[in-house]
Design a protein around this ligand. Sequence first.
Ligand code: SF4
Ligand code: SF4
Length: 404
Amino acid sequence: MSIDKYTVKQILNIEACTRCGLCSEVCSAYNANMDIDISPAKKLELLKKRIRANTLFGKIFSRHAFTQKELGILAKGAYECTLCSRCEVDCPVNIDLQKLWISLRADMADEGKSPEALNMLKERLEKSYNISFDSNQGRVEWINQVEEIPEDKYVREKADVVYFVGCVSSFSPRVFKIPRSVVSLFKLAKVDFALLGDEEWCCGFPLLGSGFKQEFIEFAKHNIEKVNATGARYLVTSCPSCYHMWTHTYREANLDIKMNFKVLHTVQYLYELAKSRALKLYPLNLKVTYHDPCDLGRNSGIYDEPRELIKKIPGTIFVELENNRENAECCGGGGNVEAVDRELSEKIAQTKAREIIKTRAEIVVTACQQCVRTISGALKKQNSKIKVMDISELILLSATANKD
Ligand code: SF4
Ligand code: SF4
Protein backbone atom coordinates (compact mmCIF):
# COMPACT_ATOMS: atom_id res chain seq x y z
CA MET A 1 0.00 0.00 0.00
CA SER A 2 1.21 3.50 -0.84
CA ILE A 3 0.88 5.10 2.59
CA ASP A 4 3.57 7.56 1.44
CA LYS A 5 0.93 9.14 -0.81
CA TYR A 6 -0.60 10.66 2.34
CA THR A 7 1.01 13.32 4.52
CA VAL A 8 1.28 12.81 8.28
CA LYS A 9 -1.35 15.53 8.69
CA GLN A 10 -3.70 13.65 6.39
CA ILE A 11 -3.25 10.40 8.31
CA LEU A 12 -4.00 12.23 11.56
CA ASN A 13 -7.04 13.86 9.88
CA ILE A 14 -8.38 10.49 8.79
CA GLU A 15 -8.20 9.35 12.42
CA ALA A 16 -9.88 12.59 13.54
CA CYS A 17 -13.00 12.03 11.41
CA THR A 18 -15.99 11.73 13.74
CA ARG A 19 -18.19 10.01 11.13
CA CYS A 20 -20.80 12.72 11.59
CA GLY A 21 -21.82 12.42 7.91
CA LEU A 22 -22.23 16.18 7.32
CA CYS A 23 -19.90 15.94 4.33
CA SER A 24 -22.11 13.32 2.66
CA GLU A 25 -25.26 15.41 3.11
CA VAL A 26 -23.86 18.11 0.81
CA CYS A 27 -21.92 15.95 -1.65
CA SER A 28 -23.44 16.36 -5.11
CA ALA A 29 -21.85 13.14 -6.39
CA TYR A 30 -23.42 11.12 -3.55
CA ASN A 31 -26.74 12.95 -3.80
CA ALA A 32 -26.99 12.28 -7.55
CA ASN A 33 -27.58 8.53 -7.03
CA MET A 34 -27.63 8.18 -3.22
CA ASP A 35 -24.80 5.67 -3.72
CA ILE A 36 -23.35 5.32 -0.24
CA ASP A 37 -20.11 3.81 -1.61
CA ILE A 38 -19.03 7.11 -3.16
CA SER A 39 -20.05 9.29 -0.20
CA PRO A 40 -17.19 11.16 1.47
CA ALA A 41 -17.99 9.63 4.88
CA LYS A 42 -17.72 6.11 3.43
CA LYS A 43 -14.39 6.99 1.81
CA LEU A 44 -13.14 8.23 5.19
CA GLU A 45 -14.33 5.07 6.89
CA LEU A 46 -12.55 2.84 4.35
CA LEU A 47 -9.43 4.99 4.40
CA LYS A 48 -9.24 4.75 8.17
CA LYS A 49 -9.41 0.98 7.90
CA ARG A 50 -6.87 0.90 5.06
CA ILE A 51 -4.36 3.04 6.94
CA ARG A 52 -4.82 1.15 10.19
CA ALA A 53 -4.42 -2.19 8.46
CA ASN A 54 -1.17 -1.16 6.80
CA THR A 55 0.82 0.71 9.43
CA LEU A 56 2.94 -1.06 12.02
CA PHE A 57 0.52 0.23 14.64
CA GLY A 58 -2.33 -1.05 12.54
CA LYS A 59 -0.79 -4.40 11.90
CA ILE A 60 -0.44 -4.96 15.65
CA PHE A 61 -3.87 -3.64 16.67
CA SER A 62 -6.17 -4.04 13.68
CA ARG A 63 -8.22 -7.18 13.62
CA HIS A 64 -9.13 -7.07 9.94
CA ALA A 65 -7.08 -6.81 6.78
CA PHE A 66 -8.17 -4.46 4.00
CA THR A 67 -9.83 -6.62 1.34
CA GLN A 68 -9.68 -6.37 -2.47
CA LYS A 69 -13.44 -5.73 -2.45
CA GLU A 70 -12.93 -2.73 -0.16
CA LEU A 71 -10.09 -1.52 -2.38
CA GLY A 72 -12.46 -1.64 -5.36
CA ILE A 73 -15.11 0.39 -3.50
CA LEU A 74 -12.51 2.94 -2.43
CA ALA A 75 -11.21 3.29 -6.00
CA LYS A 76 -14.75 3.89 -7.27
CA GLY A 77 -15.32 6.58 -4.65
CA ALA A 78 -11.95 8.15 -5.44
CA TYR A 79 -12.78 8.78 -9.08
CA GLU A 80 -16.54 9.38 -8.85
CA CYS A 81 -15.83 12.70 -7.16
CA THR A 82 -15.71 16.13 -8.78
CA LEU A 83 -13.01 17.40 -6.35
CA CYS A 84 -15.43 20.27 -5.73
CA SER A 85 -14.48 20.68 -2.01
CA ARG A 86 -18.11 21.22 -0.97
CA CYS A 87 -17.68 18.40 1.57
CA GLU A 88 -15.03 20.27 3.54
CA VAL A 89 -17.11 23.43 4.13
CA ASP A 90 -19.18 21.92 6.95
CA CYS A 91 -16.65 19.45 8.36
CA PRO A 92 -16.57 20.10 12.12
CA VAL A 93 -12.93 18.99 12.40
CA ASN A 94 -11.77 21.01 9.37
CA ILE A 95 -10.35 18.17 7.32
CA ASP A 96 -8.80 19.41 4.07
CA LEU A 97 -10.83 16.87 2.13
CA GLN A 98 -10.12 17.93 -1.45
CA LYS A 99 -6.37 17.45 -0.99
CA LEU A 100 -7.08 14.15 0.73
CA TRP A 101 -9.11 12.99 -2.31
CA ILE A 102 -6.15 13.88 -4.57
CA SER A 103 -3.83 11.81 -2.36
CA LEU A 104 -6.38 9.00 -2.45
CA ARG A 105 -6.27 9.07 -6.26
CA ALA A 106 -2.47 8.92 -6.14
CA ASP A 107 -2.77 5.89 -3.86
CA MET A 108 -5.30 4.24 -6.18
CA ALA A 109 -3.15 5.00 -9.28
CA ASP A 110 -0.24 3.33 -7.52
CA GLU A 111 -2.44 0.28 -6.96
CA GLY A 112 -3.19 0.21 -10.70
CA LYS A 113 -6.79 1.26 -10.04
CA SER A 114 -6.93 4.48 -12.05
CA PRO A 115 -9.58 4.33 -14.80
CA GLU A 116 -8.39 3.56 -18.33
CA ALA A 117 -9.71 6.92 -19.59
CA LEU A 118 -7.34 8.72 -17.20
CA ASN A 119 -4.37 6.51 -18.10
CA MET A 120 -4.97 7.42 -21.73
CA LEU A 121 -5.24 11.10 -20.82
CA LYS A 122 -1.82 10.85 -19.16
CA GLU A 123 -0.34 9.28 -22.32
CA ARG A 124 -1.76 12.09 -24.47
CA LEU A 125 -0.39 14.75 -22.15
CA GLU A 126 3.07 13.23 -22.14
CA LYS A 127 3.04 13.03 -25.93
CA SER A 128 1.51 16.36 -26.96
CA TYR A 129 1.40 18.47 -23.76
CA ASN A 130 -2.35 19.02 -23.98
CA ILE A 131 -5.50 17.07 -23.12
CA SER A 132 -6.89 16.91 -26.66
CA PHE A 133 -6.13 14.45 -29.44
CA ASP A 134 -4.56 17.28 -31.46
CA SER A 135 -0.97 18.40 -31.77
CA ASN A 136 0.05 21.33 -29.57
CA GLN A 137 0.79 23.27 -32.77
CA GLY A 138 -2.94 23.97 -32.98
CA ARG A 139 -3.04 25.93 -29.68
CA VAL A 140 -4.06 29.25 -31.25
CA GLU A 141 -6.32 28.09 -34.11
CA TRP A 142 -9.29 29.63 -32.28
CA ILE A 143 -7.90 33.13 -32.87
CA ASN A 144 -8.52 33.01 -36.61
CA GLN A 145 -12.14 34.14 -36.07
CA VAL A 146 -11.15 37.29 -34.15
CA GLU A 147 -11.25 40.45 -36.27
CA GLU A 148 -8.05 42.25 -37.25
CA ILE A 149 -5.48 39.85 -35.89
CA PRO A 150 -1.80 40.59 -36.57
CA GLU A 151 0.27 38.12 -38.55
CA ASP A 152 2.06 36.82 -35.45
CA LYS A 153 -1.34 36.03 -33.84
CA TYR A 154 0.01 37.63 -30.66
CA VAL A 155 2.56 34.84 -30.17
CA ARG A 156 5.26 37.27 -29.12
CA GLU A 157 8.57 37.10 -27.31
CA LYS A 158 7.97 40.12 -25.05
CA ALA A 159 4.80 41.57 -23.51
CA ASP A 160 3.43 43.06 -20.30
CA VAL A 161 0.75 40.38 -19.96
CA VAL A 162 0.77 36.72 -20.94
CA TYR A 163 -2.69 35.26 -21.57
CA PHE A 164 -2.55 31.59 -20.53
CA VAL A 165 -5.52 30.10 -22.37
CA GLY A 166 -5.65 26.55 -20.96
CA CYS A 167 -6.28 23.28 -22.85
CA VAL A 168 -10.10 23.23 -22.95
CA SER A 169 -10.49 26.76 -24.32
CA SER A 170 -7.63 26.16 -26.77
CA PHE A 171 -8.97 22.94 -28.26
CA SER A 172 -12.73 22.70 -27.62
CA PRO A 173 -14.65 24.63 -30.34
CA ARG A 174 -17.72 24.80 -28.06
CA VAL A 175 -15.89 27.31 -25.87
CA PHE A 176 -13.63 29.12 -28.37
CA LYS A 177 -15.81 32.17 -27.71
CA ILE A 178 -14.05 32.53 -24.33
CA PRO A 179 -10.47 33.15 -25.55
CA ARG A 180 -11.88 35.12 -28.50
CA SER A 181 -13.74 37.41 -26.06
CA VAL A 182 -10.68 37.82 -23.83
CA VAL A 183 -8.49 38.77 -26.79
CA SER A 184 -11.14 41.19 -28.11
CA LEU A 185 -11.33 42.85 -24.68
CA PHE A 186 -7.53 43.10 -24.44
CA LYS A 187 -7.51 44.74 -27.87
CA LEU A 188 -10.25 47.18 -26.82
CA ALA A 189 -8.38 48.11 -23.63
CA LYS A 190 -5.07 48.32 -25.52
CA VAL A 191 -3.36 45.72 -23.32
CA ASP A 192 0.17 44.78 -24.38
CA PHE A 193 -0.26 41.00 -24.32
CA ALA A 194 1.19 37.78 -25.74
CA LEU A 195 0.12 34.19 -26.17
CA LEU A 196 2.65 31.40 -25.70
CA GLY A 197 1.38 29.46 -28.73
CA ASP A 198 2.65 25.88 -28.81
CA GLU A 199 4.97 26.71 -25.90
CA GLU A 200 1.90 26.82 -23.64
CA TRP A 201 1.70 23.38 -22.08
CA CYS A 202 -1.14 22.00 -19.99
CA CYS A 203 -0.97 23.42 -16.45
CA GLY A 204 -0.73 19.82 -15.19
CA PHE A 205 -3.98 19.70 -13.23
CA PRO A 206 -5.41 16.80 -15.27
CA LEU A 207 -2.33 14.77 -14.23
CA LEU A 208 -2.49 15.76 -10.57
CA GLY A 209 -6.25 15.26 -10.46
CA SER A 210 -5.89 11.81 -12.02
CA GLY A 211 -3.55 10.67 -9.27
CA PHE A 212 -0.19 11.30 -10.98
CA LYS A 213 1.18 13.51 -8.26
CA GLN A 214 4.73 14.20 -9.48
CA GLU A 215 4.21 14.26 -13.24
CA PHE A 216 2.87 17.85 -13.35
CA ILE A 217 6.23 19.25 -12.20
CA GLU A 218 7.84 19.10 -15.68
CA PHE A 219 4.83 20.98 -17.03
CA ALA A 220 4.98 23.60 -14.28
CA LYS A 221 8.69 24.29 -14.80
CA HIS A 222 8.31 24.58 -18.56
CA ASN A 223 5.40 27.02 -18.27
CA ILE A 224 7.12 29.20 -15.65
CA GLU A 225 10.31 29.38 -17.76
CA LYS A 226 8.38 30.44 -20.86
CA VAL A 227 6.43 33.16 -19.05
CA ASN A 228 9.56 34.46 -17.29
CA ALA A 229 11.27 34.75 -20.70
CA THR A 230 8.62 37.21 -21.92
CA GLY A 231 9.41 39.64 -19.08
CA ALA A 232 5.67 39.86 -18.37
CA ARG A 233 4.44 41.45 -15.15
CA TYR A 234 1.19 39.50 -15.23
CA LEU A 235 -0.02 36.09 -16.25
CA VAL A 236 -3.77 36.13 -16.85
CA THR A 237 -5.79 32.97 -17.30
CA SER A 238 -9.50 32.39 -17.91
CA CYS A 239 -9.37 28.84 -16.52
CA PRO A 240 -10.00 28.44 -12.75
CA SER A 241 -8.07 25.15 -12.59
CA CYS A 242 -5.04 26.70 -14.31
CA TYR A 243 -5.39 29.67 -11.93
CA HIS A 244 -5.44 27.38 -8.91
CA MET A 245 -2.45 25.41 -10.17
CA TRP A 246 -0.39 28.56 -10.78
CA THR A 247 -1.32 30.28 -7.52
CA HIS A 248 -1.43 27.33 -5.13
CA THR A 249 -0.03 24.04 -6.45
CA TYR A 250 3.04 25.42 -8.25
CA ARG A 251 3.93 27.45 -5.16
CA GLU A 252 3.35 24.59 -2.71
CA ALA A 253 5.52 22.28 -4.85
CA ASN A 254 8.63 24.32 -3.90
CA LEU A 255 9.96 24.27 -7.45
CA ASP A 256 13.56 25.39 -8.02
CA ILE A 257 12.37 28.17 -10.30
CA LYS A 258 10.90 31.52 -9.31
CA MET A 259 7.87 33.17 -10.91
CA ASN A 260 8.78 36.75 -11.87
CA PHE A 261 5.15 37.76 -12.45
CA LYS A 262 1.80 37.97 -10.72
CA VAL A 263 -0.96 35.50 -11.61
CA LEU A 264 -4.54 36.72 -12.06
CA HIS A 265 -7.77 35.19 -13.24
CA THR A 266 -9.57 37.12 -16.00
CA VAL A 267 -12.29 38.16 -13.50
CA GLN A 268 -9.62 39.99 -11.50
CA TYR A 269 -7.87 41.53 -14.49
CA LEU A 270 -11.09 42.60 -16.22
CA TYR A 271 -12.33 44.08 -12.95
CA GLU A 272 -9.17 46.23 -12.76
CA LEU A 273 -9.59 47.29 -16.41
CA ALA A 274 -13.21 48.27 -15.74
CA LYS A 275 -12.30 50.12 -12.52
CA SER A 276 -9.61 52.15 -14.28
CA ARG A 277 -12.03 52.83 -17.18
CA ALA A 278 -9.59 51.23 -19.65
CA LEU A 279 -12.74 49.26 -20.43
CA LYS A 280 -15.99 51.24 -20.60
CA LEU A 281 -19.16 49.31 -19.86
CA TYR A 282 -22.49 50.23 -21.49
CA PRO A 283 -26.03 49.26 -20.36
CA LEU A 284 -27.38 45.80 -21.03
CA ASN A 285 -30.66 45.69 -19.06
CA LEU A 286 -30.47 41.99 -18.35
CA LYS A 287 -31.24 39.80 -15.35
CA VAL A 288 -28.10 37.85 -14.55
CA THR A 289 -27.09 35.18 -12.06
CA TYR A 290 -23.61 33.86 -11.32
CA HIS A 291 -22.30 30.33 -10.82
CA ASP A 292 -19.12 30.08 -8.70
CA PRO A 293 -16.67 27.65 -10.34
CA CYS A 294 -15.25 25.36 -7.61
CA ASP A 295 -11.58 26.05 -8.40
CA LEU A 296 -12.13 29.82 -8.45
CA GLY A 297 -14.54 30.11 -5.51
CA ARG A 298 -14.13 27.47 -2.83
CA ASN A 299 -10.60 26.41 -3.83
CA SER A 300 -9.16 29.90 -4.47
CA GLY A 301 -11.44 32.22 -2.48
CA ILE A 302 -12.43 34.51 -5.38
CA TYR A 303 -16.06 35.46 -4.85
CA ASP A 304 -16.28 39.27 -4.90
CA GLU A 305 -14.62 40.34 -8.16
CA PRO A 306 -17.00 38.51 -10.53
CA ARG A 307 -20.04 39.87 -8.65
CA GLU A 308 -18.64 43.42 -8.55
CA LEU A 309 -17.77 43.22 -12.23
CA ILE A 310 -21.28 42.12 -13.21
CA LYS A 311 -22.79 44.86 -11.04
CA LYS A 312 -20.64 47.44 -12.85
CA ILE A 313 -22.66 46.88 -16.02
CA PRO A 314 -25.36 49.59 -16.02
CA GLY A 315 -28.93 48.28 -16.07
CA THR A 316 -27.98 44.77 -14.99
CA ILE A 317 -30.11 43.10 -12.33
CA PHE A 318 -28.02 40.62 -10.36
CA VAL A 319 -29.65 37.69 -8.57
CA GLU A 320 -27.86 35.09 -6.48
CA LEU A 321 -28.37 31.37 -6.85
CA GLU A 322 -29.84 29.74 -3.76
CA ASN A 323 -26.49 28.03 -3.07
CA ASN A 324 -23.75 30.53 -3.69
CA ARG A 325 -20.16 31.37 -2.74
CA GLU A 326 -18.70 28.58 -0.54
CA ASN A 327 -22.03 26.73 -0.62
CA ALA A 328 -22.24 26.70 -4.42
CA GLU A 329 -23.17 23.39 -6.00
CA CYS A 330 -20.63 21.94 -8.46
CA CYS A 331 -21.65 21.91 -12.16
CA GLY A 332 -20.60 18.27 -12.47
CA GLY A 333 -17.65 19.03 -14.73
CA GLY A 334 -14.81 18.83 -12.20
CA GLY A 335 -12.38 16.11 -11.16
CA ASN A 336 -12.31 14.38 -14.59
CA VAL A 337 -15.67 12.78 -13.67
CA GLU A 338 -16.96 13.42 -17.19
CA ALA A 339 -14.24 11.10 -18.54
CA VAL A 340 -14.90 8.41 -15.92
CA ASP A 341 -18.70 8.46 -15.52
CA ARG A 342 -20.49 10.79 -17.93
CA GLU A 343 -23.92 9.87 -16.57
CA LEU A 344 -22.95 10.92 -13.04
CA SER A 345 -21.51 14.21 -14.35
CA GLU A 346 -24.75 14.90 -16.24
CA LYS A 347 -26.93 14.12 -13.21
CA ILE A 348 -25.00 16.63 -11.10
CA ALA A 349 -25.32 19.20 -13.90
CA GLN A 350 -29.10 18.65 -14.03
CA THR A 351 -29.40 19.59 -10.33
CA LYS A 352 -27.39 22.74 -11.06
CA ALA A 353 -29.61 23.57 -14.04
CA ARG A 354 -32.79 23.28 -11.91
CA GLU A 355 -31.33 25.73 -9.39
CA ILE A 356 -30.44 28.19 -12.18
CA ILE A 357 -33.93 27.98 -13.73
CA LYS A 358 -35.46 28.89 -10.34
CA THR A 359 -33.75 32.32 -10.43
CA ARG A 360 -35.67 33.28 -13.63
CA ALA A 361 -32.48 34.97 -14.85
CA GLU A 362 -31.95 35.54 -18.57
CA ILE A 363 -28.25 34.76 -18.37
CA VAL A 364 -26.18 32.56 -16.10
CA VAL A 365 -22.64 33.83 -16.01
CA THR A 366 -19.67 31.84 -14.84
CA ALA A 367 -15.90 32.18 -15.14
CA CYS A 368 -14.88 28.75 -16.35
CA GLN A 369 -14.90 26.99 -19.71
CA GLN A 370 -15.81 23.63 -18.17
CA CYS A 371 -18.80 25.08 -16.28
CA VAL A 372 -19.97 26.73 -19.53
CA ARG A 373 -19.86 23.33 -21.25
CA THR A 374 -21.67 21.31 -18.59
CA ILE A 375 -24.29 23.92 -17.66
CA SER A 376 -25.11 24.63 -21.33
CA GLY A 377 -25.74 20.93 -21.94
CA ALA A 378 -27.89 20.55 -18.82
CA LEU A 379 -30.04 23.64 -19.50
CA LYS A 380 -30.58 22.51 -23.08
CA LYS A 381 -31.83 19.13 -21.84
CA GLN A 382 -34.37 20.96 -19.67
CA ASN A 383 -35.47 23.06 -22.67
CA SER A 384 -34.43 26.21 -20.85
CA LYS A 385 -33.84 29.41 -22.83
CA ILE A 386 -31.38 30.75 -20.24
CA LYS A 387 -28.11 31.68 -21.93
CA VAL A 388 -24.81 30.52 -20.46
CA MET A 389 -21.90 32.92 -20.74
CA ASP A 390 -18.37 33.15 -19.51
CA ILE A 391 -17.82 36.50 -17.78
CA SER A 392 -15.51 37.62 -20.60
CA GLU A 393 -18.39 37.24 -23.08
CA LEU A 394 -20.76 39.29 -20.92
CA ILE A 395 -18.17 42.03 -20.45
CA LEU A 396 -17.47 42.12 -24.19
CA LEU A 397 -21.20 42.38 -24.86
CA SER A 398 -21.39 45.38 -22.53
CA ALA A 399 -18.13 46.98 -23.71
CA THR A 400 -19.36 46.91 -27.30
CA ALA A 401 -23.04 47.71 -26.59
CA ASN A 402 -22.57 51.33 -27.74
CA LYS A 403 -21.75 50.11 -31.25
CA ASP A 404 -25.27 48.85 -32.00
S1 SF4 B 1 -15.11 16.87 -3.39
FE1 SF4 B 1 -17.27 17.18 -3.99
S2 SF4 B 1 -17.83 15.29 -5.08
FE2 SF4 B 1 -15.93 14.87 -3.97
S3 SF4 B 1 -16.58 13.96 -2.03
FE3 SF4 B 1 -16.38 16.17 -1.68
S4 SF4 B 1 -18.43 17.02 -2.07
FE4 SF4 B 1 -18.39 14.96 -2.93
S1 SF4 C 1 -17.81 16.06 7.90
FE1 SF4 C 1 -15.66 15.71 8.53
S2 SF4 C 1 -15.83 14.66 10.52
FE2 SF4 C 1 -17.87 14.49 9.55
S3 SF4 C 1 -17.81 12.50 8.46
FE3 SF4 C 1 -17.18 14.09 6.99
S4 SF4 C 1 -14.93 14.11 7.11
FE4 SF4 C 1 -15.67 13.04 8.94
